[in-house]
Design a protein around this ligand. Structure first.
Ligand SMILES: [Zn+2]
Length: 570
């Protein structure tokens, strides 16, 4: 890997390998700043980011080393990690792009290439692209309002302010719903009204099946009518508490979607896209079953996919993309439209390198103002981490392990469960773990820690259930996040086995779990109603303050079977 100085020099002279950042001249501006130069293409442009998870500032984010695809889904995007990812996408190891898209040499690469994302840096990129693409629409795929202390404490007020400043035109949603129906409607009808179109064709009210939100919005761009349909996360009331959205029904609803696509075309739309929060596998299946979508701009599964998948269906071909997470990437989809038809497309997934894109002053001012009331509380140091802390991955991350270790220690149990959330940044070795970094991993509206007693049989059933939500061969049954993280308990997992037969060999301290025995389990983020307990960040904070220096936690990974050589295993 090139050194940091070489990287900065490289940026200033040649641009980033692998995605064309243009000529030396376009990079070297008179004011000394550098610019991403993406050759202009066509007459309709969509800028897309998704799953920002309320990260207003640049951060570290390690991509997963484990993202298994099974059967037909093995070895194809998004189920590629590490070197297999690079080979598939033709990316050279050790480059800035490899750093953005994979977990390889993460710590060294992070120290070389710097932090990613941040709304002030994203804003600069959006402005640069809008300057060369007049009328371009900015689409936000959802999971924007949740994932930080400030978003939780302002009930997404900080994020809506940032979205407005960024110039988001259209959004759909998932975690947004965890603020409850009233707050969602209050923001849509309040600050967003007339400025950001909230679209979700698959959310209807329980009583009469009436649409709750606009199914799509029509925008004219250089004389071409563009329809953006919205698809909210279809499993919101399963993966998150149903009691937060009691009057609304979600789901995939293919026929309804087809009717909306046809209606948008009948209204004169030449370009029709779906802004989706389905997750990549669900989008790939959906794209093969509906007609008339030029593209699905997807999110939820946080996959940075540099090349769109081309999916055939009875209506032609639909491009399927997924634009990563945490503000790390901006997808740019350009269409060449002539004589009422799409004649060509160009797609680029641009990593947002904070050091390459100067902060937009207006956005930085806004972010500083939003954070000002909370700075002291956010900055409180809780511990120093000796090892790399991260979350993302099918089975577990070191930051989750810290949470599990804290739950078991503070709640005095031998077993703990922590949800397989995909959001949350990373912490480099030696960094101070502040309260803000802890909230980045835990800030949700249902944070109660509980201790439950489960039989051995029930423990297995819970693991089987979550595994089926992750590894069911039919994407329409993939209804949650990654595998539940487990502390204390060890087990064997065969992802490719049949439903109910994936989990075996459950043990506690080497002793087999007794199906009829009873075990105390600490956990958090129950989707049940009226769950009482201290918020998880308080419990973990107590543990961190007692430790001060945090040794690299021992990752409790299950023994995996039947996945040797899987391209999703780096
Ligand atoms: Zn999501």
């Amino acid at each position: 890997m090139a050194g940091r100085r070489e990287f900065l020099q490289f940026l200033a002279t040649a641009g980033l390998a692998g995605f064309d950042l243009g000529s030396r001249r376009s990079l070297a501006h008179a004011d000394g700043t550098t610019a991403y130069h993406l050759p202009h293409f066509g007459n309709v442009s969509l800028l897309h980011y998704t799953d920002a998870h309320a990260q207003l500032l640049p951060l570290w984010f390690r991509e997963p080393s484990v993202n298994l695809g099974l059967g037909d889904w093995s070895g194809r995007p998004p189920h590629l990690t590490g070197e297999r990812f690079l080979a598939f996408n033709g990316i050279k190891p050790g480059t800035a792009e490899a750093y953005a898209l994979t977990c390889l040499d993460f710590e060294a690469a992070a120290r070389t290439y710097g932090k990613v994302g941040g709304y002030a840096h994203l804003a600069t990129l959006v402005k640069q692209l809008r300057a060369t693409r007049p009328g371009a629409l900015l689409l936000d795929g959802g999971d924007t309002w949740q994932g930080s202390a400030t978003s939780l404490w302002t009930r997404a007020g900080d994020m809506v302010a940032a979205q407005l400043e960024l110039g988001v035109d259209v959004m759909t949603a998932h975690w947004e719903f965890t603020y409850g129906m009233e707050r969602v409607l209050e923001l849509i009808e309040g600050p967003m009204k007339g400025r950001i179109d909230f679209v979700a064709q698959n959310v209807v009210d329980n009583d009469f099946g009436d649409p709750v939100f606009r199914p799509y919005t029509l925008r004219e761009q250089n004389g071409v009518v563009v329809a953006v349909l919205g698809q909210a996360f279809p499993y919101t009331p399963i993966a998150n508490p149903r009691h937060l959205v009691p009057n609304w029904t979600f789901g995939i609803q293919e026929e309804r979607l087809q009717a909306q696509i046809d209606a948008a075309r009948a209204e004169g739309a030449t370009v029709v896209v779906l802004l989706s929060h389905n997750g990549m596998d669900v989008d790939l299946k959906l794209a093969a079953r509906v007609r008339g979508l030029d593209a699905i701009l997807g999110g939820h599964t946080h996959d940075g996919v540099p090349k769109p998948m081309e999916v055939r269906n009875p209506g032609g071909v639909t491009l399927v993309t997924n634009a990563g997470s945490h503000g790390k990437f901006l997808g740019v989809l350009d269409f060449e439209v002539r004589d009422g038809k799409v004649r060509g497309t160009q797609y680029r997934l641009l990593p947002v390198f904070a050091e390459l894109l100067p902060a937009d002053p207006a956005m930085q001012t806004l972010i500083d103002a939003q954070r000002a009331p909370f700075l002291q509380k956010l900055a409180e140091p809780l511990a120093t981490s000796e090892g790399l802390l991260y979350r993302r991955g099918n089975f577990g991350g070191t930051f989750d392990q810290v949470i599990l270790d804290a739950l078991m220690a503070v709640q005095d149990t031998e077993i703990a469960f922590s949800p397989g959330f995909r959001w949350g940044g990373s912490l480099l070795p030696g960094e101070t773990l502040t309260r803000e970094r802890l909230l980045d991993m835990t800030a949700i509206t249902y944070p109660a820690v509980t201790v439950n007693e489960f039989t051995g049989e029930r423990l297995k059933a819970i693991l089987e259930d979550v595994a089926d939500n992750l590894f069911n061969p039919d994407p329409y049954y993939q209804q949650g996040g990654d595998m539940v993280r487990v502390g204390g308990l060890t087990y064997t997992c065969e992802p490719g086995a049949a439903s109910g037969a994936r989990i075996s060999n459950l043990r506690l301290k080497g002793t087999p779990i007794d199906a009829a025995g009873r075990y105390k389990v600490a956990g958090w983020a129950s989707v049940g109603e009226n769950v009482e307990g201290p918020p998880v960040w308080e419990v973990v904070e107590q543990y961190l303050k007692a430790h001060q220096t945090l040794a690299t936690p021992n990752l409790n990974m299950p023994e995996l079977r039947g996945v040797d050589g899987n391209p999703g295993l780096a």
